[in-house]
Design a protein around this ligand. Structure first.
Ligand code: PMH
Length: 374
């Protein structure tokens, strides 16, 4: 698609906020512990290259993504730090990772066996994933660990550089499950120490774990949602352990303003009908931009005041009930601050009964990302 040069709808990412948030967590975790900036899914919708740059500038030492394509994008953008892929990459594609010095995640002995047969341009770096209770990917038992390590010892084209696990409940008020996962990890680690002498990087914690249990962190933390200035859950937000600055905001401009007489309707289905003379504004954002129809009724900010979206949200356009006439071109903030009013990512997430992670991710690539604070 042609880059959006002509469109008055944009997301703004405050890179100073990213730097602030990375510095906040670095002050909280032990000195021996470094930050892996989690920039998968185009940095949770914020823009991977720009966020990675800011994160590294503020002291992060590694990048992590979900899929090989995302890692290649970062390498090709010129980043030379280690890049870890969380997901499984097919053995036939491991040569690409080796060539670009991209670190892969592994957890299956069959996978290692297949990779051993591949001819790689050089050894590929690997992090071993242990499933201590997330139930997603990773080996689960000491028996599996033994088998995998045996297989590893015979593989000459791979190099084990890390071990990690992922917590399922680190953001919740109940701590038992988190403690159980830690115990399982420690037990597997003890067994591993008896089989392997070379040093490996160990990392367990996401944002929630590193904010709430910094003393439990190993060589690295994997910092995702809170790097973007969002709290992993309302529990973590309420605890007020760390100050974060939201980096994502979303804006548009009025493209049409009209006064409707009482009894006139707005948008598909004519579900909204004016009860008096009303000023109605139109903006160019809709469900094709990720501003989904369920957001009907939520407020936006104009002139520092809250005004509701009325009528159904269309594919590309949305209507707002204004408190008075405003000129075409007036700025409308859907997420972010205007004067003393703020519509946080959290408010939009609550409105949709979902988590903050989903909001910037769902704003589609048709909405250009702009950057401030570079
Ligand atoms: N490590 C792994 C393996 C992850 O999958 C994620 C986030 C993180 C670290 C960072 O977590 P944080 O953003 O809470 O700091 N993964 C996901 C996910 O798969 N769905 O939502 C978040």
């Amino acid at each position: 698609m042609t880059p959006s040069l002509y469109r008055d709808t944009w997301a703004e990412v405050d890179l100073d906020a990213i730097e602030y948030n990375v510095k906040q967590i670095r002050e909280r975790i032990p000195a021996h512990c470094s930050v892996i900036a989690v920039v998968k899914a185009d940095a949770y919708g914020h823009g991977a290259v720009e966020v990675a740059e800011s994160a590294l500038k503020s002291g992060a030492q590694m990048l992590a993504v979900a899929i090989l394509e995302e890692a290649i994008t970062l390498r090709e953008a010129g980043f030379d730090v280690p890049i870890l892929v969380f997901g499984r990459v097919a053995p036939k594609d491991v040569a690409v990772a080796a060539e670009k010095d991209i670190t892969l995640t592994f957890f299956q002995k069959e996978w290692l066996r297949e990779v051993k047969r591949e001819s790689l341009p050089g050894p590929v770096n690997l992090h071993m994933k242990w499933d201590t209770g997330m139930g997603r990917i990773g080996l689960r038992t000491e028996d599996e660990l033994h088998q995998l390590v045996d297989e590893l010892k015979e593989a000459s084209n791979v190099k084990l550089t890390g071990i990690y696990t992922h917590f399922a409940t680190a953001d919740e008020s109940g701590k038992d499950y988190f403690i159980m996962q830690n115990e399982r990890f420690d037990k597997l680690l003890q067994a591993f120490r008896g089989m392997w002498e070379e040093p490996v990087a160990i990392h367990t914690g996401n944002s929630a774990a590193s904010i709430r249990y910094p003393e439990k962190m190993h060589h690295y933390i994997r910092f995702g949602i809170s790097m973007y200035g969002l709290y992993p859950s309302s529990t973590v937000k309420k605890e007020q352990i760390i100050d974060l600055k939201q980096s994502f905001s979303l804006h548009s401009r009025l493209i049409h303003v009209k006064r409707l007489a009482p009894g006139e309707s707005v948008s598909y289905g004519a579900t909204y009908t004016t009860s008096d003379y009303e000023w109605i504004g139109t903006i160019m954002i809709g469900y094709a931009d990720g501003w989904i129809r369920k957001l009907q009724g939520i407020d936006v900010l104009i002139d520092g005041k809250r005004m509701p979206i009325v009528g159904r949200i269309c594919m590309d356009q949305t209507m707002i009930k204004l408190d008075k006439e405003y000129p075409v071109g007036t700025k409308v903030t859907l997420i972010g601050k205007q004067r003393d009013e703020m519509i946080g990512v959290d408010e939009v997430a609550d409105y949709l009964d979902t988590i903050s992670y989903e909001i910037p991710c769902m704003i589609s690539s048709r909405v250009p990302r702009t950057y401030s604070g570079k």
